[in-house]
Ligand binder design. Structure first.
Ligand code: AMP
Length: 141
């Protein structure tokens, strides 16, 4: 099972922001879109960072409401681990687990073509395990 199979089902739209956007706006977008992370891109669409709800909670916990005025560029993670559409879901799961993060932007041909979350991966793993169990039951019967 590959990352492309997940994107074919969930779509390839990615919510992005600019490094100059204030943290308050990031909170609004995370809440309105019901997502856990936003990819920060530059003028040419290149990935500059990723900001997740964890980063927002950390900075507000440390600095209080004043943090909402800060540009997201100050709180995002700059070294972003990405995957490609041809990567297996198992390899992405292993990298998320090793890096202790739950989101991974997908880059194909140098362009951002999607984002997979741990939720997407769990959903597909469960579907795969159920299919395999059905096949095993049919085989035994
Ligand atoms: P998450 O578990 O995705 O909410 O993120 C936990 C921490 O890892 C936050 O500081 C994020 O900015 C960071 N993070 C999330 N996704 C990635 C990624 N693909 N590469 C690097 N860091 C990430």
């Amino acid at each position: 099972m590959t990352v492309a199979m997940i994107l074919n089902e969930k779509g390839r739209d990615v919510v992005t922001a600019r490094a100059s956007d204030p943290v308050g706006e990031i909170c609004r977008t995370l809440s309105e879109k019901r997502i856990g992370a936003i990819v920060v891109t530059g003028p040419a669409g290149q990935i500059e960072g990723i900001v997740s709800e964890r980063d927002v909670v950390r900075v507000i916990g440390k600095e209080g409401p004043a943090a909402l005025e800060q540009p997201v560029g100050d709180v995002m993670t700059r070294t972003v681990v990405t995957c490609s559409e041809g990567d297996t879901v198992n390899s992405v799961m292993a990298r998320m687990s090793a890096g202790r993060f739950r989101h991974m932007p997908v880059v194909s041909g140098g362009k951002l073509t999607g984002l997979v979350s741990i939720g997407d991966i769990v959903k597909h793993r469960i579907a795969q395990i159920e299919r395999e169990a059905d096949q095993m039951r049919d085989y035994i019967a």
